[in-house]
Design a protein around this ligand. Structure first.
Ligand code: SF4
Length: 619
């Protein structure tokens, strides 16, 4: 099957769940027509039976469909049996998943006691990545694949016998040197890493498999999963897909980052199960995941959306839509934040709290900047027919349905918009599926080669901040990841969410989609039984100390097993390396090893200073 349009889903303008095969995980099916399943992972020591059982029960009560548990060694495997028995004794049948890295033998042993085993194709048979580039000839590469197949098929036989499902879960940063040598640490590399294993599964008729590709970088994660979905469709490998943004962090940033990455895919109908990874008590992850999944139920049966019949962008890599600069919007400018003043005047909300000051303010039919300069916001008809406004800087507010109708009756708008250098569109959607409708509008703009900058506008009526940020990130995040939008304006009818909270959500959403960095990005893992320090407490401490370094990304990872690679593109890293010991990283390189935990924050500051990246905090 050939697809010249890179249709990674069947229809870019219609919400429908992508078809996948149904997989049985301990009696709770995933994929096919089953609901999107929710899962999480314990962060207790697996040898601590009581604590692990308590946490699994808390997760089940919160609404998790499956719970994953770390398995580091034989003792952990043996204890899975006790955990499972104790859970059943207490009346909980929730399917358990063993999380295993590096050790195929452990995976075989664990299969007896759990309903699914998760392996990482980057380190299961291949050695842990050294990030040293080595060139594999075609012959060598093929031989390595044959070796994998020889070992993997007997493992699949064990899974068949024990009726255990499998997750093949690749992570950005923990691909094998072999895959990286050929495909790089890229979406292609991640997709291929999974596909190599998946093809073997299909070859031996093993269908109880779920796949995943995760990254802490939302763009990377979205492009890689789209590519995987695309290639799986081409090869008729319709295995269900698990979604997650790794190391999303905690608090509002963690929630927005997760909703942006996971939401961008769910909006396209991709994803059969999700985990929201937060550096918090794992129980906190469940309500967010449920809200996220439920949000897309509102997309079902949306009004039909028309669009040019081909995708205009490459959905597998970042490319910002090319626009003409107008004031500080479009062109090479960072996307702007437009704050909706609602019923307030600019004077009433000044001075603005926090460091993040919006670039513009929407007040009725005017856009203001902080200096008080104002620009008219007009309709398409006013724009086209009112000559008194010609030559002045202006904004046009419209939506796709209105625009299509107007264009049909007034085709001259096409030429006018093409030529303008003083106009910005404020684009909203009244469709139940705003992401697809706004995307369709951009496809129209691209078809006509209109370079006009566009502000994405979306109005909600939420009284809970968490609900609002999940919905806004889900609806708009995917567009930003595709390079659409020269600014955003999130409005909310209810006054339960303050002006300050609302504008901060806009800045955080731009950061989560990597469009505009306005605060330091902390990439912290959620923690699991491998963590070598208290992640929640340490993350808060590190955040507090380095929160003013807006230009940096800092990784905080519980262990060296996955930590270093999965920090992604962090500038500095703080990684557990033994009891009370931490390794400090500059990029991917450990530069200070086995630092005492109690000295690690000061040592990290020192390292940042030595590299000229330190700035003094403002008082
Ligand atoms: S980095 Fe280590 S401690 Fe953190 S979640 Fe991954 S395996 Fe667990």
């Amino acid at each position: 099957m050939k697809d010249h349009h890179f249709y990674y889903i069947r229809d870019l303008t219609r919400y429908e769940r992508q078809k996948t095969w149904k997989v049985n995980i301990g009696g709770v099916f995933v994929g096919g027509d089953n609901p999107v399943r929710i899962q999480s992972m314990t962060d207790t020591l697996t040898m601590d039976t009581e604590a692990t059982v308590e946490q699994v029960i808390a997760l089940a009560r919160a609404g998790a469909d499956y719970v994953r548990i770390t398995v580091k060694g034989k003792n952990d495997v043996q204890n899975l049996k006790n955990i499972s028995e104790m859970l059943r004794k207490r009346g909980f049948e929730i399917p358990l998943i063993a999380d295993i890295h590096f050790n195929p033998k452990l995976a075989e042993m664990a299969a007896k006691y759990v309903d699914k085993v998760r392996i990482n194709p980057g380190n299961f048979y291949d050695k842990m990545a050294t990030f040293q580039s080595r060139i594999f000839s075609d012959e060598e590469y093929k031989e390595e694949l044959q070796k994998i197949e020889k070992q993997f098929i007997p493992f699949l036989e064990v899974l068949k016998k024990t009726n255990t499902a499998l997750r093949i879960g690749a992570n950005h940063g923990s691909l094998s040197d072999r895959v990286m040598s050929r495909f790089g640490n890229t979406p292609s590399g991640m997709a291929e890493s999974v596909l190599e294993f998946l093809r073997i599964c299909k070859k031996v008729d093993f269908f109880d498999v779920v796949v995943s590709i995760k990254s802490s970088n939302t763009r990377m994660m979205v492009y890689a999963v789209r590519l995987l979905n695309y290639k799986m469709r081409l090869e008729d490998l319709m295995y269900p897909i698990h979604l997650g943004v790794t190391e999303a962090g905690e608090g509002e940033e963690g929630r927005i980052k997760s909703a942006t990455g996971i939401g961008a895919l769910l909006a396209d109908g991709i994803g059969d199960t999700v985990r929201v990874s937060l550096t918090e008590n794992p129980v906190n992850e469940i309500p967010i995941a449920i809200k996220l999944v439920n949000h897309f139920k509102s997309y079902i049966n949306h009004q039909p959306i028309s669009a040019p019949l081909f995708a205009q962008t490459n959905p597998f890599e970042y490319e910002r839509r090319s626009t003409r600069q107008v004031l500080n919007m479009g062109g090479e400018e960072l996307p702007v934040v437009v704050a909706d003043l609602g019923e307030h005047t600019l004077h009433e909300i000044l001075p603005i709290r926090g460091k993040l000051i919006p670039d513009f303010f929407l007040s009725g039919n005017k856009i203001l900047d902080a200096s008080g300069e104002n620009y008219p916001v007009m309709s398409l008809a006013e724009y086209l027919f009112e000559s008194t406004r010609w030559g002045r800087m202006k904004f046009i507010r419209t939506n796709k349905m209105e625009f299509d109708r107007f264009m049909e009756n007034n085709p001259e708008i096409i030429m006018k918009l093409k030529q303008t250098r003083k106009t910005v569109l404020i684009l909203e959607s009244l469709n139940k599926n705003p992401l697809a409708e706004l995307r369709a509008f951009f496809m129209t703009l691209e078809t006509h080669i209109w370079k006009v900058p566009v502000i994405l506008y979306r109005k909600y009526n939420e009284s809970g901040r968490e609900d609002l940020l999940i919905k806004a990130s889900s609806d708009l995040g995917g567009l930003l990841i595709d390079g659409y939008g020269d600014g955003i304006c999130i409005a909310n009818e209810s006054d339960k969410i303050t002006f300050t909270e609302l504008k901060d959500i806009s800045f955080k959403l731009l950061q989560a989609s990597r469009m505009r960095m306005s605060h330091v990005e902390f990439i912290s893992c959620p923690g699991c039984g491998r963590a070598l320090f208290d992640l929640q407490e340490t993350t808060l401490k590190v955040k507090e100390h380095f929160k003013h370094l807006n230009h940096l990304k800092i990784g905080i990872m519980g262990c060296v097993v996955n930590g270093p690679g999965e920090m992604g593109d962090a500038d500095y890293g703080f990684v557990g390396a033994g009891k009370d010991k931490v390794n400090l990283y500059k990029g991917l390189k450990p530069v200070k090893k086995h630092i005492l935990f109690k000295d690690a924050v000061d040592e990290l500051e020192q390292l940042i200073r030595e590299n000229g990246d330190w700035v003094e905090p403002e008082n």
